[in-house]
Design a protein around this ligand. Structure first.
Ligand SMILES: C[S@@+](CC[C@H](N)C(=O)[O-])C[C@H]1O[C@@H](n2cnc3c(N)ncnc32)[C@H](O)[C@@H]1O
Length: 226
């Protein structure tokens, strides 16, 4: 019964996304879930886009309470096929970028951006393991993660962000959607700024924790030239 009620409650948005997905496919875009067999779960997880409605809701809170869109340089850690990069641009964020480990998804993302006319000169996309980035992070002040990596990669990525802010002191935040490794960020030295607990209607067993972090005593200057 709950499943049936849940299905009907989501019907308008399901129809919307089905129609939208079909139109995007007709145009040659590809945002389908994908697991790249070239790397194992010990390095990173599969591609599944953050639900757009949840992303917008979370980012609007960031805009209101932490860092306005117009001052934001947004970095998607594990951007996959680029759906969230595009959503970031649609929100009016002047600079977006990110890293993706999968070579094939990196290519798909570039094609998607091109088809949708979203390829901009200041979009900095890296095809690499997030754990190996260093100075590339200096250009960003909002780091977005949607449960992309296992613990050792998240830890190294978090340490690299700290190093980056030492090199270039600035105000910045980490937005962690479905924050399964909350404790890893706390242990690395981050401070929890905001916690959003989301329950799915008629599915009480599923709870998502979305969180926003910063560093204690961080610089208040955004420090990014946009
Ligand atoms: C859960 S998806 C998130 C996609 C996107 N950020 C979003 O929110 O819609 C995780 C992505 O991270 C990528 N990934 C996994 N391990 C990685 C690593 N070590 N370095 C960079 N990207 C990685 C995966 O290939 C996948 O595309």
């Amino acid at each position: 019964m709950n499943r049936i009620l849940y299905y009907f409650s989501c019907l308008p948005s399901r129809i919307y996304w089905k129609v939208k997905g079909t139109i995007l496919r007709w145009r040659g875009c590809d945002f389908a879930d994908f697991r790249d067999p070239s790397f194992g779960f010990d390095v990173g997880y599969q591609y599944r886009s953050t639900p757009v409605r949840d992303f917008r809701r979370l980012m609007k809170r960031v805009d209101r309470e932490f860092l306005p869109f117009e001052q934001m340089a947004f970095f998607d850690a594990g951007f996959g096929k680029g759906a969230i990069l595009i959503e970031g641009m649609k929100l009016g964020i002047p600079q977006v970028g990110g890293v993706e480990l999968s070579e094939s998804m990196f290519a798909v993302c570039n094609r998607n951006l091109e088809i949708l006319g979203r390829k901009k000169e200041n979009t900095k996309l890296y095809q690499a393991n997030a754990a190996t980035l260093t100075t590339q992070l200096d250009d960003f002040n909002l780091f977005y993660m949607s449960n992309p990596f296992p613990e050792h990669v998240v830890k190294q990525f978090a340490l690299s962000i700290i190093d980056s802010t030492k090199r270039k002191p600035r105000k910045f935040f980490i937005v962690y959607f479905h924050a399964t490794l909350h404790q890893t960020l706390i242990d690395t030295g981050f401070k929890l700024e905001y916690n959003q607990t989301r329950k799915i209607l008629f599915k009480p067993e599923i709870i998502t924790y979305n969180k926003i972090y910063s560093l204690p005593n961080q610089n208040t200057n955004t420090g990014i030239e946009l």
